[in-house]
Ligand binder design. Sequence first.
Ligand SMILES: CC[C@H](O)CC(=O)C(=O)O
Ligand code: MN
Length: 351
Amino acid sequence: MNPGPREEEGLKTNQRITITEVALRDGSHAINHQYTADQVISIAKALDEANVPYIEISHGDGLAGSSLQYGLSRTNEMELIEAAVSVCTASKIGVLLLPGIGTIRHLNEAAKLGIGMARIATHVTEADISAQHIARSKELGLHTVGFLMMSHMAPPRLLAEQAKLMESYGADTVYVVDSAGALLPHQVTERIRALTQSLSVPVGFHGHNNLSLAMGNTLAAIEAGATWIDGSVRCLGAGAGNTQTEVLVAVLDRLGIETGIDVYKIMDLAEEIVAPILLKPQEITRGSLILGYAGVYSSFLLHAERAAEKFGLDARDILLEIGRHKAVGGQEDMIMSVAAELAKGKREAPV
Ligand SMILES: CC[C@H](O)CC(=O)C(=O)O
Ligand SMILES: [Mn+2]
């Protein structure tokens, strides 16, 4: 399959990378959490046939995210998880859980459906709230991942301390998560290195493409020692989306880095099954670019666009203000209040 010479310099070619496909979870943000069971079945089946090791399925904000605050799911996520488990033979289904949004009860329920992985996500400086959930996930026999969101907001040393906490609670892998797509390649390198130097467990990377750096950052992460990588077919994810899985698989194949994923099959499912369900192509629009520029949560984009329409504002002004407030995941309600304040200021400004 590999068509030509490999550019191996700098990357270890004997590395094996484990890919987690997130289009059915992070991609849920991009389609307003409107997945149907039929869509999930056809995507999961095709990912399984392409031999993708892990497929994450949950509301975009993790288990139990379906709410007025984060957006209501069209289909109960447990139904989606069950449907995906029933059609997968090679791929394992994973879930995302943000302690406080999802609870141990939701984790137990998902485990009963036959998942193989749970990723426990916290803000980058709040790893301590993951202890119980990581411990329970381990008791359930799941591959357990600590997922440190908004990693651009912590310097490498602090990030490594937080990762170490997750490892001490039992995490099998810890991820650097560039939720805002704000990290630059050298900052990814520094962060991944800080983790690989202080942890005994593998390190992962989850990128967003708001600054068009998802692929570059992912390669920097791999070069710095990350061996667990997230991708989304057709970039289907929050903001400008994630590292595009089918492209990543092809690039890694050219580099001689093993993923076990069938290059043609992952391309075909991207083109034939996922592309038709996109509401619009995952482009870097001025809105998503601002997310990376201002360091704002990628999943805030559609909320900010709605608030901009409601208050007659430019979504970029709202997102810049949210960036100044250093809002973290879970603070979606701030978007409407910030927009209301900006609109008030605009009305009251002297003409
Ligand atoms: C709100 C959860 C979030 O979408 C998780 C994630 O994928 C990220 O932080 O990038
Ligand atoms: Mn994400």
